[in-house]
Design a protein around this ligand. Structure first.
Ligand SMILES: [Cu+2]
Length: 238
């Protein structure tokens, strides 16, 4: 169906794209826009040679007119996957710049697209503070690891904000380790904490020594749900 589109040339294709875009807007389904191709929603399925000039124009239109719409990122990423393989010249980057910036951007998009979000409770500043703590603990804390017969003992220390972040995050992580059945504890140090993790299982004891401080800190996968809770104002300690 698209051969006439080619012959119609750039202006014609752009006109079709604009019409389809306008129809999508009027239909009251803004989420369709991210998936729209100039010949209609089915075209990309029926004829996957989507590198036509018209599609480029449709995409640029989306970027200009609808780039900031709620849920728009999903549409953009959908397009990125298709366009990326074709090496489209007008392809747009998806990396937000910094990991913490991207984490906050993702959470704000989730809150934006959730009609039940209570904006009177939302606290993005608290999430930012926690992500700064994570940065301090991940990148700036000193971890002195001491192997034990049945596990590992780690002195985690730092200066100023780093020490505060260690004291907030590492003891909180111990309770998360308890949930996955690991035997962990912390003791206070003047500029951080001493983290001890042990096991009666010799295999796990060997693994603990191999994981070391950061390998142990990433256990549990609880940060993602906790970040959303912090942003929603439903979680005050981490
Ligand atoms: Cu976190």
């Amino acid at each position: 169906m698209s051969s006439w589109l080619w012959k119609a040339g750039l202006a014609g294709a752009a006109l079709v794209a604009a019409t389809v875009y306008a129809a999508a807007q009027m239909s009251g389904h803004p989420e369709m826009q991210g998936h729209m191709s100039p010949g209609g929603a089915n075209q990309s399925v029926a004829s996957p040679q989507g590198g036509e000039p018209g599609q480029m124009h449709a995409r640029m239109r989306q970027m200009m007119q609808g780039g900031m719409m709620p849920g728009g990122m999903h549409g953009e990423m959908h397009h990125h996957g298709m366009m990326g393989m074709q090496g489209g010249l007008n392809d747009q980057p998806t990396m937000p710049g910094q990991d913490a910036f991207g984490a906050i951007q993702e959470v704000v998009q989730i809150l934006d697209s959730d009609p039940t979000t209570d904006w009177s409770k939302v606290n993005i500043a608290a999430l930012r503070e926690h992500l700064i703590d994570m940065n301090e603990v991940t990148l700036h804390a000193a971890a002195t690891e001491q192997p034990l017969a049945n596990g590992i003992e780690i002195a985690v220390t730092g200066e100023g904000r780093t020490a505060l972040a260690i004291k907030r995050m590492v003891p909180a992580h111990v309770s998360e380790l308890g949930k996955i059945g690991w035997n962990a504890k912390t003791e206070d140090l003047p500029n951080g904490v001493k983290l001890t993790v042990t096991s009666d299982d010799p295999k796990l004891a060997t693994k603990l020594k191999a994981l070391g401080f950061m390998g142990i800190m990433v256990q549990g996968g609880h940060h993602q749900p906790h970040h959303l809770m912090i942003a929603k104002g439903e979680f005050h300690t981490h």
